[in-house]
Design a protein around this ligand. Structure first.
Ligand code: JFZ
Length: 312
């Protein structure tokens, strides 16, 4: 186990990417800003499924270049990358076989960005992994979390997992090369048997995979996850990670200018790593597929600091 965790323990710094069709409304619904992180807009704005689906028609991030993203992460000194394969809104950012509600079948863009990033990470020597919202799915009638769309004809959560989550997880672990990390999020009350299945399929298909602690109660995973300004003291856990957005929101919203200062980011990195933890710093690609210049500037500055301070 220690051997499996070795690269992760030495990595210290990774890139988190929250990207989805919520970058089309980019924090605004019916002309008004919707509070909270951009990827929650469907929930916070109580947007009906049929209406939210239309954002997919407008999602065409033609400036996206996987090579540039991976190179930027590398240059910043990051050793791994974790991207949202499916967030709570239920939209699959890859060529899902389980649903047409995905980036290839439902957008004019038609490119599998996860495949592009997986290939590029392998080429440039970065570890690659997926964030996957296993419990919340506001688009599927068995997914959890959607209490506002009364047109949803409810089915059981098990049905959702067997129809969508399990097949998608299986696909992500078999068609995208070596997957270093599976990052679960927001556990909710699902039956023990489906949670067990999600866990077993993940470790069976990629035995060296590293998982976080957000699958469900019975699964502490390999490492603990802390959020934003979470504990900065030395936690008891041997393996832990602090995740934080570089600005105010995980997903891109056009009014988000709360970029953390460069000294603050460098201090956070030193703080985590000196206490034995990893720092997963989130960036938010826009609906054009690029990062805001403020984010790029910060990655480059961290990289410069790394170069200057690393031993020859
Ligand atoms: C979750 C998501 O809901 C959010 O959109 C984002 O993806 C983030 C990384 O994870 O939000 C959480 C989950 C757990 C805590 C806080 C926010 N927590 O434990 O404090």
């Amino acid at each position: 186990d220690a051997e499996r965790m070795q690269w992760w323990e030495e990595a210290r710094f990774g890139m988190f990417i929250h990207w989805g069709i919520y970058t089309v409304p980019a924090g605004f619904y019916q002309g008004k800003p919707v509070s909270n992180s951009a990827e929650w807009i469907m929930n916070k704005g109580k947007i009906p499924i049929a209406e939210y689906e239309k954002y997919a028609d407008q999602f065409n991030p033609e400036k996206f270049d996987a090579k540039e993203f991976v190179a930027l992460a590398k240059q910043a000194g990051m050793k791994y990358m974790v991207i949202t394969a499916k967030h709570h809104d239920g939209f699959s950012m890859f060529d899902s076989k389980a649903t047409d509600y995905n980036i290839v079948d439902a957008t004019p863009f038609k490119r599998d960005v996860l495949k592009e990033l997986a290939k590029e990470c392998q080429k440039q020597g970065l570890k690659f992994g997926f964030y996957y919202s296993q419990a919340q799915d506001w688009h599927h009638p068995g997914g959890m979390g959607n209490s506002w769309d009364k047109t949803l004809k409810r089915v059981s959560s098990d049905e959702y997992v067997y129809e969508k989550a399990l097949p998608e997880v299986k696909q992500l672990l078999t068609e995208y090369g070596p997957i270093a990390i599976f990052w679960w999020d927001t556990p909710r009350a699902m039956t023990k048997s489906v949670v067990d299945s999600l866990h077993h399929i993940t470790t069976a298909l990629q035995p060296r995979i590293i998982t976080n602690d957000r699958l469900g109660d019975d699964y502490p995973g390999d490492h603990k996850t802390f959020e934003r300004n979470g504990p900065r003291h030395q936690p008891e856990a041997r393996y832990w990670e602090l995740c934080q957005p570089v600005s105010g929101s995980w997903g891109y919203r056009r009014d988000d200018n709360k970029f953390k200062s460069i000294p603050n980011l460098i201090r956070n990195l030193i703080d985590q790593s000196s206490k034995g933890g990893n720092y997963l710093l989130n960036v938010s690609p826009t609906n054009e597929g690029v990062l805001k210049p403020e984010a790029v500037e910060r990655m480059r500055a961290i990289g410069k600091w790394m170069d200057k301070n690393s031993e020859a």
